[in-house]
Design a protein around this ligand. Sequence first.
Ligand code: ITT
Length: 199
Amino acid sequence: MKIVLASRNQHKIAEWQATLGKYIDGVQLLSLDDAGIFEEIEENGKTFEENAFIKARTAAKSGYVSIGEDSGLAVTALDGEPGVYSARYAGGHGNDGANNALLLQKLKGKADRSAKFVCAIACVFPEDMARDVCVRGETEGVILEELRGEGGFGYDPLFLYEPEGKTFAEMNGEEKNAISHRGKAIALLAKELKKINER
Ligand code: ITT
């Protein structure tokens, strides 16, 4: 089964490849480029779910079943910031260093450093809108005062997963996928896709 993942973030695509393959035998994930979709997608939704659908519907112009994923960090003391602006918090899209620096600056002196990663996934079926689904996964953690670990991407080096005493950047891919917002959402999506296949 070929499915398009509406992303240009290679780290995300790698995490997806590793996780979804465990649930769906023989699934082949295509990137936007693989599917011939080169347009810039404007992520102007107010929620992770809206953005996930915007991405998925753009990818579905390819004619394939398509998945849109929107994810980010919501920090309690910052009223949910950076939220849907996580990738472009410090301005340019995907500047992880600048985003982490800005987050540390905004949290200076705040006692509450709790946060959660959120991942919304929309899956759309070009030939049957009635089958469209959306799921959400969340993982709670604490924002450290300095970066720790070399793995992962984005805010991973600042995000401490307390039950394991490790940041996401100190985990290998398999460890992170087992407890991450994205791992949880992909597991839920796999369940939904299974139900749809059995209908
Ligand atoms: P695409 O839109 O091409 O998928 P993107 O990175 O811009 O790639 P999002 O719009 O969903 O994806 O932005 C998500 C941002 O949230 C991402 O750039 C990171 O800053 C942060 N983020 C999401 N999941 C993360 C994770 O597992 N670890 C660290 N940071 C994460």
